[in-house]
Design a protein around this ligand. Structure first.
Ligand SMILES: Cc1cc2nc3c(=O)[nH]c(=O)nc-3n(C[C@H](O)[C@H](O)[C@H](O)COP(=O)(O)OP(=O)(O)OC[C@H]3O[C@@H](n4cnc5c(N)ncnc54)[C@H](O)[C@@H]3O)c2cc1C
Length: 532
């Protein structure tokens, strides 16, 4: 059986979750809820996928989510590795590189990738269509929303202008930067003080054109015209070009102007102009991410400059963080208090990452020649006089707050690695073996005795897996080194792959599990779900 879709109107009146907006964030949410069997309605006011790419980069955390949904292989057709980005200073000198971490890859996939957005969104939508509990309605807009102690009520408007009401236990607003839901709730944005006009140009380049272009991605930090160059999959190439004060954005989008701007690299006969559109690159974050039964996700909750390609990734992380929590709450395994950790975790994470991206943006967007020269000298000095390489992965922070173990460890809130596991003469990634629920990963080389906690983990539905020793054998020592580095022998991993906490001995592990049990099953003692 497949999802009821795509543009027909359902006569179902109540859903456990309604997802407003079926862009990348909404499609990820609908998939994750569908995979949990949650009755879900996903709507979008548009009739189809936006046919031009906005996002062009994604990372290994997102590919892991795609793989968990069994669509990584299909998506990989539209994906390529993201080569190192070379940053050139005001005099054209190399000042630093931003690259990805090396092999063995920590999550099992190429850590940084480029992709073509429309077909990737198509694969995501098609996967939603395979879940019987999900209904998709396109050409349907949310026009009003209210809520009470029992449910949220949504007024939906169809293409023919008719409206109907549906109710939901929870609503996820994935309706993009100008979110109707956010506005209806009166939630404002905190402005993180970044607002620069850029022209984004996508090209399909022919062989002659490709030979004229830089061999790797580049950031030309030229104060006269800061420019980003990205090598997309196949013959897709992107230039992002900063507009200067006084330049009219609509005039700059015209093909003659675009070719003028591209003239240091390409002529019109070298490429087809796919699109040229101007954007304000800004850094905004919703002052709150939820109100009662309604939760914001994706661009509805935050926007950031695209300098390391994280905007969409952040939205998909929101969906991954939220959906397992909603499933716990809707199944009565946890009280609604669990949902408070969504905003606590994601808003702190987005704020920190956006601050880091903004700092990179300030370097890139410098238009004062003297300041640019000082910047170049400083960056080179930071590298000991030579261009230094930093990785995109070190720029993305861990979770630092929320549903994490009380006992501090730098591993808490980091993504647990995903090794390749040797099996049946071949190999498989860990998630395919261990699943994507709560997992207790043990260092199989340690003498940790877990007999005292076996019943507790079984009752809590936690899958216990040992890696190394008598347990599963990994291809490279990714997990073994991880345990060594963090001074522990056990890691309790959340359904979104973030580490809840770690332990180094049996009493520590028993305490960790007891603490998690208390926090997750809080509703049994506090059925109202009120924070004490
Ligand atoms: C130039 C540029 C470059 C970028 N590069 C990257 C990158 O390299 N990597 C990256 O990760 N991100 C990047 N981003 C960011 C990324 O494109 C966005 O963060 C992402 O598309 C947001 O997805 P979303 O699903 O949250 O919102 P959207 O994609 O905006 O989807 C929102 C959906 O909600 C629907 N909708 C709106 N209102 C209603 C309503 N009332 N009722 C029903 N439906 C509604 C809309 O039709 C739309 O389909 C870039 C963005 C830009 C502009």
């Amino acid at each position: 059986m497949s999802a009821k879709s795509m543009s027909a109107t359902s006569d179902q009146k109540h859903f456990e979750v309604v997802v407003i907006g079926f862009g990348p964030t909404g499609a990820m949410a609908a998939n994750l809820l569908g995979a949990q069997g949650i009755t879900t309605l996903a709507i979008d006011r548009a009739l189809d996928i936006y046919d031009k790419p906005r996002a062009i980069a994604l990372d290994h955390e997102i590919m892991r989510l795609f793989d968990n949904l069994d669509i990584a292989e299909q998506i990989s057709r539209y994906v390529a590795p993201f080569p190192a980005s070379e940053h050139f200073g005001a005099r054209g000198q190399l000042i630093r590189r931003i690259d990805m971490v090396g092999e063995p890859y920590p999550l099992g996939y190429t850590p940084s990738m480029v992709f073509t957005q429309p077909p990737v969104e198509r694969v995501m939508r098609d996967r939603v269509g395979s879940f019987p509990s999900v209904t998709v309605e396109l050409g349907t807009a949310l026009v009003d929303i209210s809520q009470d102690a029992k449910c949220a009520t949504l007024v939906l408007q169809h293409e023919d202008g008719t409206t109907r009401e549906v109710t939901a236990n929870y609503v996820i607003a994935c309706d993009g930067a100008s979110s109707t839901v956010r506005q209806k709730l009166g939630i404002s944005f905190d402005d993180l003080d970044f607002d620069e006009p850029w022209l984004v140009v996508d090209l399909l380049v022919n062989d002659a054109g490709v030979s004229k272009l830089p061999a790797t991605a580049a950031q030309f930090c030229n104060p006269a015209r800061p420019t980003t160059y990205i090598i997309g999959p196949g013959n897709h190439r992107r230039f992002e070009i900063m507009l200067r004060l006084g330049e009219d954005r609509h005039a700059m989008e015209q093909p003659e102007q675009v070719w003028q701007l591209l003239s240091p690299w390409l002529k019109p006969e070298d490429a087809t102009l796919w699109r040229a559109a101007s954007y304000r690159f800004h850094a905004l974050i919703a002052s709150r991410w939820s109100q009662g039964r309604v939760l914001l996700a994706g661009d509805a909750a935050h926007q950031q400059p695209p300098f390391i390609g994280q905007g969409m990734c952040q939205g998909l992380r929101d969906a991954a963080n939220l959906c397992w929590k909603l499933a716990h709450v809707l199944r009565g395994q946890s009280s609604a208090v669990l949902l408070d950790s969504y905003e606590a975790e994601r808003s702190t994470h987005v704020r920190e990452l956006t601050t880091r991206i903004k700092a990179i943006g300030r370097v890139i967007c410098e238009q004062d020649p003297e300041a640019a020269a000082a910047r170049d000298a400083r960056i080179l000095a930071e590298g000991g006089g030579a261009p230094r390489t930093i990785t995109r992965q070190e720029i993305v922070p861990p979770l630092t707050t929320g549903l994490l173990a009380a006992k501090p460890n730098v591993a808490n809130g980091t993504l647990f690695p995903q090794p390749w596991i040797l099996r049946d003469g071949g190999k498989a990634l860990l998630d395919a073996i261990a699943g994507v629920g709560w997992r207790l990963i043990l260092d199989g080389w340690s003498a940790l005795n877990t007999s005292a906690i076996d019943a507790a983990t079984r009752d809590a539905g936690i899958n216990t897996i040992a890696i190394g020793g008598n347990g599963l054998q990994e291809e490279s020592a990714v997990v073994a080194r991880w345990f060594e580095r963090h001074g522990c022998t056990a890691a309790l991993v959340r359904p979104d792959h973030y580490v809840y906490g770690v332990a180094k001995d049996a009493p520590g592990l028993a305490a960790l599990l007891a603490e998690l049990n208390e926090r997750l099953h809080y509703n049994k003692k506090h059925p109202t779900g009120k924070t004490p």
